[in-house]
Design a protein around this ligand. Structure first.
Ligand SMILES: Cc1cc2nc3c(=O)[nH]c(=O)nc-3n(C[C@H](O)[C@H](O)[C@H](O)COP(=O)(O)OP(=O)(O)OC[C@H]3O[C@@H](n4cnc5c(N)ncnc54)[C@H](O)[C@@H]3O)c2cc1C
Ligand SMILES: NC(=O)c1ccc[n+]([C@@H]2O[C@H](COP(=O)([O-])OP(=O)(O)OC[C@H]3O[C@@H](n4cnc5c(N)ncnc54)[C@H](OP(=O)(O)O)[C@@H]3O)[C@@H](O)[C@H]2O)c1
Length: 386
């Protein structure tokens, strides 16, 4: 018999699905220090599937104000015809908005500036040698392409030449914050808007500001699933305990985990550590966690609000306070998950985990490191950090 069932479309970087915004909720309402959003995107009709632990890759658009600043610095109107990275003839403004990286300078861009600006860019040229890698990274921190165009006006370009030295605008990944079993044909995200001031300019992260400031229900959001390598729940019938550490936007995959476990009636015990700056304005999804505690989907919820007292309290401090119970859960075969900031949080959480194992297990530092290595081999220490 012939199989007439249509195959579901496979969406990918080359063939993204165009999702639409359904709901945007400001998670950090009246908090002046943070701007974090909950987005619900409609996947209706796509047949797109994903597992808790996967991420969504989104193609953003650049900020139109920055595009105008770049055009002005270059002396272009924006209407000049150019070939974009896909080989289409489009106005320069269009490719700068949609297709090219116009924020983060790379070596090719910097070398071109040096080549064109000559002696004016001698200081910059001195940093473009392999031995100055660290100095160059420090110099570039907080500087964007616009800064170099303004600092070196002798660097003149033809429109196509300028597009030719820019990289493609890349996707950004977001940990998926919902389960298809609980929210069919939807994908939820928890996104912190990147904004900062440097060298006299207000800066915005490309994708997080696109989502927070420049989309509505009509905006096409090209996207595809990026599988979460190994960041997976145990099977629902297993009674493996899970410990989830997800401060800030690191909470996202654990919302998907908890929704999935509720939908599948998962057996094992679950413990969530969450941290943010203030309890009253930044306790993301508080009602949902409290309902989960009542229903027994979560056995424990431990929070750390870093700026609600005169000294910082972080999730790893709370881990240390709960050391004997964490050790008990680990000895019962528990899986330890961490998601969120890689540079600071995940380092301190890793250190705390080693210390807990050493203290509670009566082990030396080397033995604790071996225990953690074994956890990794057994896929019982899983990280999704960025
Ligand atoms: C697997 C994975 C999952 C992720 N999940 C999430 C998630 O659930 N939620 C979430 O919000 N993010 C998540 N991220 C991060 C996300 O992909 C983006 O990196 C983030 O949103 C910033 O992207 P952007 O386009 O807004 O900023 P970009 O335009 O990429 O700008 C960010 C860059 O700006 C610079 N910068 C930032 N702050 C400063 C500063 N103070 N001073 C100077 N320079 C600075 C740095 O160079 C930084 O790399 C995840 C990343 C990965 C890899
Ligand atoms: N590398 C960096 O310097 C840096 C800085 C900020 C944000 N980020 C990135 O910005 C993005 C969004 O961040 P986010 O909004 O999700 O939250 P976040 O900035 O990670 O903050 C969430 C919570 O974690 C706390 N925290 C800070 N340092 C910590 C540590 N060493 N251990 C444990 N907790 C710690 C924060 O406290 P306090 O803020 O009160 O210290 C806050 O209460 C992420 O991609 C993150 O990686 C990076």
């Amino acid at each position: 018999m012939q199989d007439t069932a249509e195959k579901p479309a496979v969406y990918s970087r080359k063939n993204p699905f165009s999702a639409k915004l359904k709901t945007a909720l400001h998670l950090t309402g009246s908090c002046a220090e943070k701007d974090t959003w909950h987005f619900e995107l409609d996947l209706g009709g796509s047949g797109m599937t994903f597992e808790p632990g996967d991420s969504l890759a989104i193609f953003p658009l650049n900020c139109p104000d920055l595009v105008e600043d770049v055009l002005q610095a270059l002396g272009f109107s924006g209407d000049e015809p150019v070939t974009d990275p896909a080989g289409n003839s489009v106005p320069l403004r269009e490719t700068l908005l949609r297709s090219n990286n116009i924020t983060q300078p790379d070596k090719k861009f910097l070398n071109t500036i040096v080549g064109k600006a000559g002696a004016d860019a001698a200081d910059l040229e001195a940093l473009l040698v392999p031995e100055k890698k660290k100095e160059l990274a420090d110099y570039l921190w907080g500087r964007e392409i616009i800064d170099f165009l303004l600092a070196y006006p002798r660097a003149k370009f033809e429109p196509q030449e300028f597009v030719g030295i820019l990289k493609k605008l890349n996707v950004r990944l977001y940990s998926i914050a919902s389960s298809l079993k609980a929210k069919p044909e939807e994908v939820h995200l928890t996104v912190a808007t990147v904004r900062y001031e440097s060298f006299g300019r207000q800066r915005k992260g490309v994708c997080s500001s696109f989502l927070a400031e420049r989309i509505d229900e009509e905006t096409p959001l090209p996207c595809f699933i990026s599988p979460g390598k190994g960041f997976r729940l145990p099977a629902p019938e297993e009674d493996t305990p899970i410990i989830m550490v997800g401060p800030g936007t690191g909470i996202a995959p654990f919302r998907a985990f908890v929704q999935e476990r509720k939908a599948t009636g998962a057996k094992g015990r679950a413990w969530l550590f969450f941290g943010e700056i203030h309890e009253d304005t930044c306790f993301f999804y508080r009602d949902e966690w409290e309902a989960c505690l009542e229903e027994g989907i979560l056995e424990k919820l431990t929070t750390a609000f870093s700026r609600d007292q005169d000294h910082k309290i972080y999730v790893h401090h709370r881990m240390k306070e709960n050391a004997s119970e964490i050790w008990q859960w680990l000895e019962e075969g528990g899986i330890f998950y961490v998601c969120g900031d890689a540079a600071r949080m995940a380092v301190d959480v890793d250190k705390a985990l080693h210390e807990i194992i050493a203290e509670q297990g009566g082990k030396s530092a080397e033995q604790a490191a071996e225990y953690v290595e074994q956890m990794k081999k057994d896929k019982r220490y899983r990280r999704d950090v960025y």
